[in-house]
Design a protein around this ligand. Sequence first.
Ligand SMILES: [Zn+2]
Length: 431
Amino acid sequence: MKAKGEKRAVALNSFLSPDQKKQVLRSLHEYKFIFISPEMLGVHSVLERLSEMNISLLAVDEAHCISQWGFDFRPDYLKLGHFRSLLGNPLTLALTATATEEVRADIVKCLGLEKIHEFIYSVDRPEISISVEEAGYQEKQKRVLELAASLQGPGIIYFSSKKMAEQIAAMLRGKGERAMAYHGGLEQENRILIQQQFINGQLNIVCATSAFGMGINKENIRYVIHYHMPLQLESYLQEIGRAGRDGSESIAILLYSAGDEQLSFQLAEGELPDQFQIERLFSSAEEKSISMSEIKQHEELFTGYCGFTETQWRFSADFIESRSKEAFSIIQKKMGNYVTERLQMKKTKIFEMLQYIQHQGCKRSFILNYFGEPSSSRPQKCCSNCQLNNEQYFYKKEPVPAAGPTYYDWKKELASILRQVSETDEKEQIQ
Ligand SMILES: [Zn+2]
């Protein structure tokens, strides 16, 4: 917004130093647009300051995250209903690109919305051709390299594994492609850098995990390839929807090898604690006389003792914290039931994704049907089951520009993006 001339916009997020945060909070009334993460609303001083203001519109982006039964549930989003009432229930706009009827009902309920106007647009994107290709485990790697070399970029290749994203990006660079990997394991500075270089056209391919894409508005992405199947159709649609935003023809290709779903099941299971870990968590807390309200303070102890991943720990700690007034045994039972139910839901979503992959009819109609839309007229270049030929998207690549920064000039690039480089460093770079 600042780049477009609106100076009265501010973001309250973890990028700010404590001093900067204090300063922003003091002068909050001077801003017209305040961007804030749901996590930040958990900070008492922020919430207090906001509730003193007269907010005329509360906009919730990615509103599907509020629904427990949505694919991308984030517990912090549940605070938004309470937050809205503290603000005196202002006019609210909830936005999402993918929500089934059930999720939409949840959004309305959790935000405490009354007098609702629902604006529902089709999820269909006729400018994106959809293709599913089956390839043996060994051939898949060869095929993805072949596609990346032939398709007109820029493009995103999605992976479920960070290691695989790194590996394929390195192979592509070995073949002269301007490609980099992007995933949650990278330093934040590196992530910003790769994102910017892709947006600015200095990178042609990003090999990414699902961590890449939210908030990225690059109009000319020509292809999205999935090396691994996403865990649900909702994320698939969101990820392929990053192609063709300029309205020009683009292609989405999903590569499937028999048995790929096993990785998806493993990933789904890894997001939640298992029954054994839950049992261990509660018995050790009881043994060490740690009360439920104190659980969060003992991250190291429980993580080590129960073997939690970061995601599993965060889920467990949040779940217990929000119910800390209840008895030990009741929370334990509720947590066990919740995990069982949620895992079942995730498995159902994976099976639906698999059904989509194996569907012999029109892929586009399958997706529309899943989101409760009637199949409309199909575009000419519809899908792999409607005689689509992927080679129509093969073009001669544009030559790599001889001048200008390239991806490995990361220091200079980073400095210009973050504007944090000291004068000394700048002098050194010039020298
Ligand atoms: Zn079709």
